[in-house]
Ligand binder design. Structure first.
Ligand code: SF4
Ligand code: SF4
Length: 219
């Protein structure tokens, strides 16, 4: 009797499990698909802007980048992924200026920590989300980021926003007051120094009077 009972109990459990499984299957059947049909959908594939695929220099419309070859990104990179070389160029006014020669980046050793991007004082770097970086040999992952031919002339300096006249007047007044204060302090210090020096200059005179007194007593 107990065997028949166990048989039906097991059958009921099996049936319940089957219904639960079919519920999951049915739910997934009507859920929108997230699988990407790559590479067939390469043209419509959307990659998040935040995805870090490859370090790049930011170029403006004229083909200028903002890197001044300061080397901060190279110093901050924990992996030695960035190697910069610089060159000296002659400016039209006869002066010399250090400029970027080659900006080499080894994608194969980059950990995408973004320290280089966040510490660049010129905001010259960014990460692209171009994820298709597969190559057959590692040496192809070493890339020159300043690959574009350098355009003539310097990049146009961004226009400075005009300062509020009231703010400008206040800054000028503060600067003048500060300069006057420093001048007064310097004068006071100079006077005090003169006062301290006086006893030293008096000393020979007292010596001389002592000598005269001695001479008088001797005579
Ligand atoms: S990318 Fe930025 S931090 Fe690196 S050398 Fe150029 S200016 Fe300096
Ligand atoms: S993301 Fe990190 S590891 Fe990659 S180049 Fe920049 S500092 Fe170096």
């Amino acid at each position: 009797m107990s065997n028949i009972k166990d048989y039906f109990k097991g059958a009921a459990q099996g049936l319940k499990s089957l219904v639960q499984g079919m519920q999951v299957t049915g739910k997934e059947l009507v859920t929108p698909k997230v699988t990407e049909q790559y590479p067939e959908n390469r043209g419509t594939l959307e990659i998040s802007d935040r995805f870090r695929a490859e370090l790049t220099l930011i170029y403006d419309a004229e083909g200028h980048h903002k890197c001044i070859a300061c080397g901060i990104c190279q110093m901050n990179c924990p992996n030695g992924t960035i190697q910069l070389t610089t060159k000296m160029v002659d400016l039209p006014d006869g002066k010399k200026k250090r400029k970027l020669d080659k900006y080499m980046y080894d994608l194969g050793s980059c950990t995408f920590c973004m320290l280089c991007v966040t510490t660049c004082p010129q905001n010259a770097l960014e990460f692209s989300n171009d994820f298709e970086q597969a190559v057959f040999t590692r040496d192809k992952l070493v890339k020159q980021l300043n690959y574009r031919p350098e355009p003539e002339g310097e990049p146009a300096a961004p226009a400075k926003p005009a300062m509020d006249p009231e703010k400008l007047a206040r800054i000028k007044a503060e600067a003048l007051a500060k300069a006057a204060k420093i001048k007064a302090e310097k004068e006071a210090a100079a006077k005090a120094a003169q006062g301290e020096e006086k006893p030293a200059t008096d000393a020979p005179a007292s010596d001389a009077s002592n000598k005269t007194e001695n001479n008088e007593t001797n005579s």
